[in-house]
Design a protein around this ligand. Structure first.
Ligand code: S3P
Length: 435
């Protein structure tokens, strides 16, 4: 298995980085375009393995997905309408992608054909009961391991079609919400999802771009049965703030750095990292504020700053859940303690990210971290040294560890290549700003 070696930055980080397309929005751009009956051109698509898994699944269902250039950031999707998906000739492979699997379980529950999903070792461990349960209440028929909660999962046509429900989700999760809304498009009556806190709203925004309105009432979202579906001619995917997060932290903690991050998506359901970094004392300035594909976007200039510890919890969690590992890196280089609570969802991501953080931080800076069931504290300023670290084949753990090594004394990362899932050009970009 490949090992990636990361050297500490000696002369600061400098340069301009074009942030790759947003992963969540790239998935949704294909999914909804596949249900249209006119071609949709998608630009700044994220060519990460997760989004390519979504593309391949729709190709298997008869949707024409044609990549225009070699970088796979520009494509055309031509579907056959809302009822035009065809039974795939083989088992669909969601790979490492929870978004592919959960959203498609919702969408495919409403189709008049059978589908079976598989995925990689990580996805086999992840909880799918959280979407199977509400979808079953809508009339979906989904069968799988461990009481229909684990891969492989098979969806058979719902005997009497789907009907709308009101579902109170115990967790704030855009994957749960989106699965239910996509099923709700085909259900009789209205479908409402209520969340403890509002999760990212990319599905609602993308539906709006296709002429489908959802209604928001506090943390509840309602969709009606869909009749008219009008595709936009093109979709421009804004840059992924979850990918920008690595550079926001690196630029803040590596001495003598200045980076310009171009085209960062600024959807307010995703900007928790900016709030936290600012509370820690980060030097961030916004330039060139604009709209990109129905989403706000901006260029962010980040300069080195003296960070101090902070505390945050469950209410902000959905707005920065994927950024917690790299926020922990910022916390180690900050003065004082950083305390994170209400982060239990990290235990069911691509790996148990709380356990992974504990192992990696203990290797690099012994005594710097204490974890518990749904959170952790990082003791900023703990001495560090070079170390060999696992990635757990988790893209966000690998990238966060790379930033840790860059800011501290260097690291080697086991299977560092797993960054391909969401940021294939990550290491090239890191090398380009270290000159
Ligand atoms: C995503 C939602 C989040 C996030 C994941 C992408 C999405 O997961 O962690 O990386 O695209 O809807 P949850 O919905 O499980 O919180």
């Amino acid at each position: 298995m490949s090992e990636t070696s990361i050297q500490p930055a000696k002369h600061g980080l400098h340069g301009t980085i074009a942030i790759p397309g947003d992963k969540s929005i790239s998935h949704r751009s294909i999914m909804l375009s596949a249900l249209a009956d006119t071609p949709v051109e998608i630009r700044n698509f994220l060519p990460g393995q997760d989004c390519l898994s979504t593309a391949a699944a729709f190709q298997a269902m008869g949707v024409d997905v044609v990549f225009v250039d070699e970088s796979k950031t520009h494509l055309t999707v031509t579907g056959h309408g809302l009822h035009g998906l065809q039974e795939p000739p083989h088992i669909l492979d969601a790979g490492n992608s929870g978004t592919t699997l959960r959203l498609m379980l919702g969408l495919l529950s409403a189709q008049p054909f059978l589908t079976t999903f598989t995925g990689d070792a990580s996805l086999h461990q992840r909880p799918m009961g959280r979407v199977v349960k509400p979808l079953s209440q809508m009339g979906a028929q989904i069968y799988g391991r461990e009481g229909n909660t684990k891969l492989p999962l098979t969806i058979v046509p719902a005997a009497e079609g789907l009907h709308g429900i009101t579902y109170e989700s115990p967790v704030a999760s855009a994957q749960i919400k989106s699965a239910i809304l996509l099923a709700g498009m085909y259900a009789k009556g209205d479908t409402t999802v209520v969340e403890p806190f509002t999760s990212r709203d990319h599905t609602e925004r993308m539906l709006h771009a296709f002429g489908v309105e959802t209604e928001k009432n506090g943390t509840a979202v309602t969709i009606h049965s869909v009749r008219a579906f009008t595709a936009p001619k093109s979709i421009e995917v804004p840059g992924d703030i979850s990918s920008a997060a690595y550079w926001l932290v690196a630029g803040s903690i590596v001495p003598q750095s200045e980076l310009l991050l171009q085209n960062v998506g600024m959807n307010p359901t995703r900007t928790g990292i900016l709030d936290v970094l600012k509370a820690m004392g980060a030097d961030l300035t916004y330039e060139n504020e604009r709209e990109s594909g129905g989403e706000p976007a901006v260029d962010i200039r980040v300069r080195t700053a003296k960070l101090h510890g902070t505390a945050f919890g469950a209410d902000i969690m959905p707005r920065l859940i994927d950024e917690i590992p790299v926020i922990a890196v910022a916390a180690l280089l900050a003065e004082g303690d950083t305390r994170v609570t209400g982060a239990g969802e990290l235990r069911v991501k691509e790996t148990d990210r709380l356990a992974a953080l504990e192992e990696i931080f203990t290797r690099v800076a012994p005594g710097s971290i204490e974890t518990w069931e749904d959170g952790f504290v990082i003791h900023g300023g703990t001495p560090f040294h070079a170390a060999a670290c696992p990635s757990y084949d988790d893209h966000r753990m690998a990238m966060s560890t790379a930033i840790l090594g860059t800011a501290c004394a260097g690291v080697t990362i086991e299977n560092g290549a797993c960054v391909n899932i969401s940021y294939p050009t990550f290491y090239q970009t890191l090398a380009s700003i270290q000159k």
